[in-house]
Design a protein around this ligand. Structure first.
Ligand SMILES: [Zn+2]
Ligand SMILES: [Zn+2]
Length: 120
């Protein structure tokens, strides 16, 4: 018995106008170019039950040993946070530059603390 319908479909990104084809292995829930997602799912990936429909920019990227690249999206409208697995065709340049920025912040933060500086 089906509990909910998973909709796996292609879409045009509302952020950068990139045309994203339907993903082969997984439900595509974010743009492969700018990595923006949209708040369309309520409980399960692909249920498309959310009424929010806010844009969800990528706020954090991390490498999961088992799952691979994980992108954390935060909804601009309601603040909902979702973790999504990156797809194979995702923009690796953008992913790595996000990681670089994160590392840089961590580094500057720890250096700042050592020097006794206060960041506002
Ligand atoms: Zn996009
Ligand atoms: Zn939302």
């Amino acid at each position: 018995m089906k509990k909910f319908t998973v909709i796996n479909e292609g879409f045009t990104c509302e952020k950068c106008d990139e045309v994203n084809p339907k993903a082969i292995k997984t439900c595509r829930n974010h743009c492969k170019k700018c990595l923006y997602s949209k708040h369309v799912d309520l409980k399960y990936p692909g249920d498309r039950m959310s009424l929010c429909l806010g844009m969800m920019p990528p706020v954090f990227v991390e490498l999961d040993k088992k799952k691979g690249w994980m992108i954390t999206h935060k909804c601009e409208t309601c603040g909902e946070i979702k973790r999504n697995k990156a797809a194979e065709e995702d923009n690796l340049d953008l992913l790595s530059s996000m990681i670089f920025e994160q590392n840089k912040k961590t580094y500057e933060h720890s250096r700042g603390q050592k020097a006794g500086e206060k960041h506002l």
